[in-house]
Design a protein around this ligand. Structure first.
Ligand code: ATP
Ligand code: MG
Length: 424
């Protein structure tokens, strides 16, 4: 194919052998959110550019250099959403969902950022976002973290750990920012180009630097914790007490920040050391100032977004059995009667065991060639039907992934037998 017709760099196809794992992950996340009473909100992929400039902030990486913006035919500047919070807040204000109401919401879908593509970092990627409006206490912050911890358990995800921090109020952060800038000015010669620029525009963002030299310098920098106001400190202590009581492990990372002005108090990240530099699987925090900033009534808010590509990469690394969508059963049939019987038998089995993946062999061919296809499908078992078997109302069940003999099983006993084998 001509290069010019290939997919855009950093925008991936999700192929049939991968989509099964995506469905498993998406289904698991939806089930957990449902169990906590969170409801889905579906939002447009395109919004006015102005919305992102205002909500994410003019001096952030996203707005400065990563947005996919374009002019609509009538001249409006529009942008493919780089994240979901802005659109969610916009929709909630627009439809009056925040008037003296608590909202526990989630959304999912593609996000777009023009970053340098690499492992775990793409230009189109997928997030699940969760936002709660109308609750200011640390209890809801804790609920969100318990929900994520349950999610990892449900998905079988290991080797992620929780880091939390508190940013304090806007005023507390301003006083910290002054102290930080004073320190950075004194060490100007050790700063890289990015940090020099951020020192003028958005100094808190320097704490988030991926440059090890900058991180080393920051070890001696003033600490945000020393500037935090009493109420925020109390909020954070209560959050920690909730997490301790619920048995959710975490560490406090004083370097953890979100560079945006409207963030305050709780910030959180779930990180792994298994994915190289792109180790943050889930990130978020409290943003009590944003709703008012976008024109709504003052409304406390807290949320997080998790990156599906990174989550799935981690699962693939951990559990190779999820790596494909191997069928449980591949039905091999020789002879006209057997072929017809195989289709109806497959239907009966799907009726009895709807979660099993059952492939019927179509297109005829010798036993040998059918078995080859069964093997190549990755199926765990082959079910063998010939005209004799059909006459006896039974089928041969043969394991394909271990050395073991074929056994004959009566049609009527098959659902029970398969349920046992697959722990159904
Ligand atoms: P990073 O520091 O890795 O750039 P971020 O702070 O820009 O992350 P958020 O905006 O908080 O990320 O997005 C939440 C999550 O979405 C991230 O933790 C990550 O899992 C995922 N994510 C963000 N950007 C990308 C991307 N370009 N490709 C894949 N996943 C991403
Ligand atoms: Mg980023």
């Amino acid at each position: 194919m001509a290069d010019s017709l290939q997919a855009i760099r950093g925008m991936n196809d999700i192929l049939p052998h991968q989509s099964h794992l995506w469905q498993y992950v998406e289904g698991g996340i939806r089930a957990v959110l449902d169990a906590y009473g969170y409801r889905e909100i579906r939002l447009p992929i395109v919004e006015k550019t102005e919305l992102f400039k205002r909500s994410i902030g003019e001096v952030t990486d996203i707005v400065e250099k990563e947005m996919y913006s374009f002019e609509d035919r009538n001249g409006d500047s529009l942008t493919l959403r780089p994240e979901g919070t802005a659109g969610c807040v916009r929709a909630c204000i627009q439809h009056g969902l925040l008037n003296n109401q608590v909202q526990r919401l989630w959304y999912a879908g593609p996000m777009f950022r023009h970053e340098r593509p690499q492992k775990g970092r793409y230009r189109q990627f997928h997030q699940f976002g969760v936002e709660v409006f109308g609750l200011e206490g640390p209890d809801i912050d804790a609920e969100l973290l318990m929900l994520t911890a349950r999610l990892w358990r449900r998905l079988g995800l290991q080797q992620v750990s929780l880091q939390i921090n508190s940013l304090g109020t806007v005023a507390a952060r301003a006083s910290f920012r002054d102290a930080l800038v004073e320190f950075l000015r004194a060490h100007r010669q050790r700063l890289d180009e990015d940090s020099l620029r951020r020192m003028e525009t958005n100094p808190l963002r320097i704490l988030d630097s991926k440059n090890p030299d900058i991180q080393a310098l920051l070890a001696d920098a003033p600490r945000l914790a020393d500037h935090i106001d009493g109420q925020s400190r109390q909020h954070f202590e209560q959050l920690r007490a909730h997490l301790d009581a619920a048995g959710v492990d975490y560490s406090v990372n004083p370097q953890l920040v979100r560079g945006l002005d409207y963030y305050g108090r709780t910030v959180l990240e779930w990180v792994t050391d298994q994915l190289g530099a792109q180790g943050t699987v889930c990130a978020g925090g409290r943003y009590d100032a944003l709703v008012e900033y976008l024109g709504g009534k003052p409304t406390p808010a807290v949320g997080f977004a998790l990156g599906l590509e990174r989550l799935i990469a981690l699962l693939e690394q951990q559990q190779s059995e999820f790596a494909g969508n191997a069928p449980h059963l591949y039905i091999v049939a020789l002879g006209e009667r057997a072929q017809r019987a195989s289709l109806t038998l497959a239907e009966q089995l799907r009726e009895a065991l709807p979660r099993l993946r059952i492939l019927t062999h179509c297109g005829g061919g010798s036993f040998k060639s059918q078995f080859k296809k069964a093997d190549r499908s990755g199926a765990f078992y082959a079910l063998v039907l010939g005209d004799d078997e059909v006459a006896n109302q039974e089928a041969g069940l043969k394991p394909l992934r271990e050395q073991s003999e074929q056994q004959n099983v009566a049609f009527a006993a098959l659902p029970q037998r398969l349920a046992e084998i697959f722990n159904y």
